[in-house]
Design a protein around this ligand. Structure first.
Ligand code: PEP
Ligand code: MG
Length: 587
């Protein structure tokens, strides 16, 4: 069959064309047998040797990943290294061998399966992804027991587009990047490991393609479009030609766009926009600068907590990490968001937080920080000490009311005072802002504006809660509509209240990085947009080619329409009129 098109989520931009390589997630076959008493010691010894071998493989991978992607990303293997030492995991396997007389392979599969199922039921998306670590480690141990090669995928002899049901952290890190043109997976989300790694490596990637691996034959030619989030399997000659041309022009334009790095983002009628980057670790700072970021609009500090599940970052680790970012970005501002995670993610750590299966609407982010004061204060101490090294802004996630914000500010003031009296250097005044991502907070922006130094709109969550659409659920993805009239109206009233109070507002959700929605934000008169580094040159180009007054007119008309589709069609029409040759073309 020719030209099968599958739509997914584009998580890393660019176009790749080449032969498909399907990575089969082959589970090592395992059978069950009952051990005689005299075989138990021998079986425990086999387990010990396999654990040792898996440990060595993981260290090799970690080192290699560190060399290619930096030590931050390499820490994704720490979860597996820790599991190898975990009594709940290895201890339970030993127990089943010793007391249940199970053969080692069977015990590994049973214990791994149990743990993996428990993690799969957790609602928190970050923690749920740790299930991949458990599955990965399970197969690694079984391969070691079967005497098979531990690290696959290391050597590819020709360039390929890699397809997999899912890519585990270790598979992603083993990729020979010089040979992988792009990758696509059946499952996955923007926040998954593979998406994060693809963006750092700057290779096109599409995830959430459902059954794409089942459609492929070995060596099928495929087109992968990371901008549009689609894959064409066995394209016709015409489609292939079309994408080859698009690839040439998009890579030429990318080079051209990168040339805009030092240009300011200003519209034709003189409206200046500050473009900043969203980052996850201090290693992302170089890419932010290379793409022309004028600051960091969102540093998602939760990655610091997720690198080593079960071990909480120390004050010193917080300090060092934030200091690096602040120093490198100085004099630009850096908005660091305090931890935005639910209870489960740090359950294995040394806190009294109870398991909260509804963490997304439960004990999350600032709510958790206010209940677990020591946890919050440790992060704040590191953060405030780092403030002496650059231009820090503190951002509080998931705020839903004034009281909560005031309480958080008083904890910040208390930590500030304590540090100063201990003789630490701390910046005198550090702006503290609110992420507007709970609809209720958007509605009371006038009240919050009396207390906050700035607002940053987290449109990813704001849309999800405003429209009651789980942002990670494929089945309702069509209802996740950034241009829904409800979203535009909430933004309009929120921005009006902020303007009346003179509170600066930025946007750090994905709405800022899409040229169409960014155009609307320009219409609202937003002066700061924060996005993943790779999106900056494109959005800057759009800004430089329009008049703010025109976008204001487009927005005004859009606000009179009744459905997201009408808004989108109208906005696209206007975009075509403004950019007849496409918005990639430079003046
Ligand atoms: C958001 O909600 O828009 C946001 C930027 O935060 P996150 O995607 O980390 O939830
Ligand atoms: Mg959010």
């Amino acid at each position: 069959m020719q030209g099968i098109v599958r739509h997914g989520i584009g998580v890393s931009p660019g176009i790749a064309i080449g032969p498909a390589l399907v990575l089969e997630r082959r589970r090592v076959p395992v059978s069950q047998s009952e051990l005689d008493q005299h075989q138990v010691t021998e079986e425990l010894e086999r387990l010990r040797v396999a654990v040792e071998r898996a440990g060595v493989d993981l260290e090799t991978l970690k080192q290699r990943t560190g060399e290619v992607l930096g030590t931050g990303v390499a820490q994704i293997f720490d979860a597996q290294v820790l599991l190898l030492k975990d009594s709940m995991f290895i201890g339970e396997i030993e127990k089943r061998i010793r007391e249940g007389h199970q053969n080692v392979e069977w015990a590994v599969r049973q214990v791994g399966g149990d743990l993996s199922r428990r993690v799969a039921n957790i609602s928190d998306v970050y923690l749920r992804e740790r299930g991949t670590d458990i599955d990965d480690l399970q197969e690694r141990l079984l391969r070691a027991l079967a005497g098979e090669e531990g690290n696959r995928l290391g050597h590819l002899d020709h360039p390929v587009i890699l397809f997999a049901h899912d890519l585990s952290p270790s598979e992603t890190a083993q990729l020979d990047v010089s040979r992988v043109l792009g990758f696509a997976t059946d499952v996955g989300s923007r926040t998954g490991h593979s998406a994060i790694v693809a963006r750092s490596l700057e290779i096109p990637a599409v995830v959430g393609l459902h059954d794409v691996t089942a459609m492929l034959n070995p060596n099928d030619t495929v087109v992968l479009d990371g901008d549009e989030g689609l894959v064409v399997v066995a394209p016709s000659e015409t489609v292939l030609k079309e994408y080859q041309n698009k690839q040439i022009s998009s890579s030429e334009h990318l080079v051209e766009l990168m040339g805009t790095r030092d240009l300011v983002a200003v519209t034709r009628d003189g409206f200046r926009v500050k473009l900043t980057a969203n980052i996850e670790t201090s290693e992302d700072v170089e890419s932010a600068l290379a793409h022309g970021a004028e600051g960091i609009g969102l540093y998602r500090s939760e990655f610091l907590y997720l690198r080593r599940p079960g071990v909480l970052p120390t004050e010193e680790e917080h300090f060092e990490e934030y200091r690096k970012v602040l120093e490198r970005m100085s004099p630009h501002s850096v908005s660091i968001r305090i931890l935005d995670i639910g209870g489960e993610k740090i359950l294995a750590g040394d806190t009294a937080v109870e398991n909260d299966p509804s963490a997304l609407l439960g004990l999350r982010a600032l709510r958790l920080a206010l209940r677990e004061r020591e946890l919050f204060k440790t992060q704040l101490r590191g953060l405030l000490r780092a403030s002496a090294h650059g231009n820090l802004r503190i951002m509080l996630p998931f705020v839903s009311g004034v009281e909560q914000f005031l309480e958080a500010k008083s904890v910040i003031a208390e930590v500030h005072e304590a540090l100063v009296s201990e003789g630490h250097a701390v910046a005198d005044s550090i702006p503290v802002g609110i992420m507007i991502e709970v609809p209720g907070a958007a509605v009371i922006a006038d009240l919050l504006g009396q207390e906050a130094d700035f607002f940053s709109i987290g449109s990813n969550d704001l849309i999800q809660y405003l429209l009651a659409v789980d942002r990670t659920n494929d089945a309702v993805a069509h209802l996740y509509e950034p241009l829904h009239p409800a979203v535009l109206r909430v933004l309009r009233s929120l921005l009006k209240m902020a303007q009346d109070q003179d509170v600066p507002v930025s946007m750090c959700g994905e709405m800022a990085s899409d040229p169409l929605t960014a155009m609307m934000l320009l219409g609202f008169g937003m002066e700061e947009l924060s996005m993943s580094a790779v999106a900056i040159p494109l959005v800057k180009n759009v800004i430089r080619k329009v008049k703010q007054a025109d976008t204001e007119w487009i927005l005004k008309r859009a606000l009179q329409l009744r459905t997201a589709r009408e808004v989108e069609e109208f906005a696209l029409e206007q975009q075509m009129a403004l950019f007849p040759e496409g918005f990639l073309v430079r003046d």
